[in-house]
Design a protein around this ligand. Structure first.
Ligand SMILES: [Zn+2]
Length: 335
């Protein structure tokens, strides 16, 4: 029997991943179903290759309800002139395409969360098959990966670009240099609360540079955050030397997320009241949100307090909250 990792991927690209110039096509994943017997999931992919230089893999729509990445990357795929490229740019603007089409975080086909599905499986669910293709066929080509995220329907963030604290300090320094080049209003040294199965981890374990973002949220995109995404991706391409020219530097404030005390979770259902807005300074012990029980009147709200000094970096977005939801994230300004 073949080892799972040696089974061929069912995905076939409709573009030639070794060709030069501009190509627009699909990663075609056979998906037989009620409404299409021999149907496929067609995941858009663009590739721009010219001259010699590094390879950047740019992804959006890892979660299907986050829009700054797709808005920046469909535009980049349409407008990037190969004459301006030295190297290769692979663009997958809506990585979990079924989720993106449904406007949901996870796939409507298998409920797969792409960012918990790595390294994937060639004989797994649709989401696992996409992850496996990225893991075995796209990542080995890449020198740097920029994976766009935002808060989706349920979270809202101050706009930041981020990379992780890594055991390999040279790799970490390369990632933070790319974050600095992205030049979002905030730059974060990020702590993951649940790193298993993440795209981030898959890339970092290959020793490559991984950069991500959280650029807003609420299931939409704002004019400001789309501008940040478009400027940031060009800056990263300039930083790597794939696109010529100087990085367009603008001030960025570095934030730390030192430990799990950054996160506050709701312990009951109810209606959430934000007491401080995104980007505001908070001190340890200050109330950042209150959860009001709605079943009857006369009940005191539950207070959610900051567990450290910092700024409010993220908050629950919808007006109703459930027990276990992430209610607030505090990050610590550096220096
Ligand atoms: Zn996301």
């Amino acid at each position: 029997m073949l080892d799972q990792n040696q089974r061929p991927s069912p995905i076939s690209p409709t573009i030639d991943l070794d060709a030069r110039g501009v190509q627009h096509g699909f990663l075609r994943l056979p998906h037989s179903r009620d409404d299409s017997a021999w149907g496929s999931v067609m995941i858009p992919i663009a590739m721009i290759r010219n001259g010699s230089g590094p390879t950047a893999l740019l992804t959006g729509g890892n979660h299907g309800d986050e829009y700054e990445g797709p808005l920046a990357l469909y535009e980049l795929a349409r407008t990037l002139d190969p004459a301006d490229v030295s190297g290769t740019v692979i663009i997958v603007p809506a990585l979990n395409y079924p989720a993106f089409r449904a406007g949901t975080r996870t796939s409507p086909i298998d409920k797969g969360n792409m960012n918990r599905s790595f390294p994937g499986a060639p004989d797994g669910t649709v989401t696992q098959k996409i992850a496996d293709y990225v893991q075995r066929h796209l990542l080995p080509r890449a020198d740097i990966v920029l994976d766009f995220h935002s808060g989706g329907r349920t979270l809202d963030f101050v706009p930041f670009c981020a990379a992780h604290i890594l055991p390999d300090k040279a790799q970490e320094a390369r990632a933070f240099a790319a974050v600095e080049a992205f030049a979002a209003p905030y730059s974060v040294k990020m702590l993951e609360i649940d790193a298993v199965g993440m795209f981030d981890t898959a890339v970092e374990e290959m020793g490559k540079v991984f950069v991500t973002t959280e650029l807003g949220g609420g299931g939409t995109a704002r004019a400001e955050t789309v501008r940040i995404a478009r400027k940031g991706v060009m800056n990263v391409l300039r930083h790597t030397g794939i696109v010529a020219g100087a990085v367009e530097r603008t001030p960025t404030s570095w934030l730390d997320m030192p430990d799990g005390d950054c996160f506050s979770f709701a312990e009951d259902d109810g209606m959430i009241e934000t007491i401080v807005d995104l980007g505001e300074r908070v001190q340890r012990g200050v109330v950042v949100a209150r959860i009001h029980g709605t079943g009857r009147t006369g009940i005191a709200p539950i207070e959610i307090k900051a567990k450290m000094d910092g700024i409010l970096a993220a908050r629950h977005f919808p007006g109703l909250v459930k027990a276990g939801d992430c209610a607030a994230v505090v990050a610590v300004p550096q220096g």
